[in-house]
Design a protein around this ligand. Structure first.
Ligand SMILES: Nc1ncnc2c1ncn2[C@@H]1O[C@H](COP(=O)(O)OP(=O)(O)OP(=O)(O)O)[C@@H](O)[C@H]1O
Ligand SMILES: [Mg+2]
Length: 331
């Protein structure tokens, strides 16, 4: 954590408590920091806890998921301890979220222009006329052709790519300092995905917004983010600059993820999927959660779980093997 962090998540744990069942921890001791204007990716297999982590920051945890511990500090305020009114005041002008499927977040019976204008009217106190004009301006900024006409459309009258641009326009309409994106381009075809990613990156730069970008797709992180955290079974197992992690992954899981994804620079490289499956979180192994699938597993990995430790400048990894290698290296 650095003093310039806009957001710092400290030892966040989330899980499920059910009557007559032992509590199941899903997200365990997750910590990371995001600076102003930084583009930070969270990547990992399905079920690793990426969306729950993001939703905890947005205050939108699904019913049945509880916070077991930790802090989410945003500009010195713990978001887990603010009142519902304080939270409502933050969402829009400070923090905004873009979801994977815009249809679930957009109101189907309201014109898209009005939906974009709602935030600026409520949070920035703009008149209806000014907010409508801002909505059209935001739609133009997100590259929507003929924005004045399209602002009168209902969500179902627009394509998936345009709806996602509407969501981005809506999220950025109050100029938040932090934009949370959960797989915002997964439902789009590859060319539209590329356009939307560039758009997000450019708009975040223009508005000076920091980005927390959740995806299972390494190529998308590589294209969009500067720094990343790799999640496995509810833990962060590696963090660092994207270019460093891709060039020299330090956790065997990150190495496995990179080996199992196509590399356009080396199209003839065979893909090597990671053997086995992520653990059932209700029966997490006693030691390292990745040990049952890890090619470098040692006896100690089965007994205790490694914590995230620095391995080089600006890099951390949660792996006994990596730490041993690092400790053996000359300073
Ligand atoms: N409301 C819920 N009640 C119980 N368990 C849940 C709930 N929501 C999520 N989970 C469980 O928590 C785990 C993590 O879920 P999460 O949605 O954060 O994963 P993810 O990393 O975003 O995966 P994906 O890439 O598929 O979106 C999963 O095993 C999921 O089954
Ligand atoms: Mg998810």
């Amino acid at each position: 954590m650095t003093p310039s962090n806009l957001l710092s998540v400290n030892n966040l744990s989330l899980g499920v408590t059910r009557a007559k069942h032992p509590a199941t921890t899903i997200v365990k001791d997750v910590s990371f920091g995001v600076d102003r204007g930084e583009r930070f990716g969270i990547v990992g297999e399905s079920g690793s806890g990426k969306s729950l982590t993001l939703r905890a920051i947005a205050g939108l945890l699904p019913q049945g998921i509880d916070v077991f511990g930790g802090e989410i500090n945003y500009e010195g305020r713990d978001l887990l301890r603010v009142t519902p009114n304080e939270r409502r005041a933050l969402m829009g002008p400070e923090i905004a979220m873009v979801f994977q499927e815009p249809m679930t977040a957009l109101n189907p019976v309201m014109r898209v222009g009005e939906q974009i204008a709602e935030g600026p009217r409520r949070h920035l106190g703009l008149s209806r006329k000014k907010a409508d004009a801002l909505a059209i301006e935001m739609m133009a900024k997100t590259g929507i052709p003929d924005p004045a006409k399209r602002s009168r459309a209902y969500p179902h009258e627009l394509s998936g790519g345009l709806r996602q641009r509407i969501m981005i326009a809506m999220a950025l309409s109050c100029q938040p300092k932090l934009l949370l994106c959960d797989e915002p381009t997964t439902a789009l075809d590859v060319t539209v995905q590329h356009q939307v990613l560039r758009l997000l990156e450019n708009l975040c730069d223009d508005f000076g917004a920091a980005l927390v970008f959740v995806t299972h797709d390494l190529a998308v992180v590589n294209q969009t983010c500067e720094t990343l955290a790799v999640m496995y079974a509810g833990h962060i197992v590696e963090t660092g600059w994207v270019k460093d992690v891709f060039r020299d992954p330090r956790h065997p899981y990150t190495r496995g993820l990179l080996d199992s994804a196509p590399d356009f620079d080396q199209p003839n490289r065979p893909l090597r999927p990671i053997p086995g499956f992520p653990p059932n979180l209700a029966e997490r192994p006693a030691g390292c959660s990745f040990a049952p699938r890890c090619a470098q597993v040692q006896a100690g990995c089965l007994d205790s779980s490694p914590t995230l430790m620095p391995v080089t400048a600006n890099r951390t990894a949660a792996c006994f093997e990596t730490r041993t290698m690092f400790e053996g290296m000359p300073a």
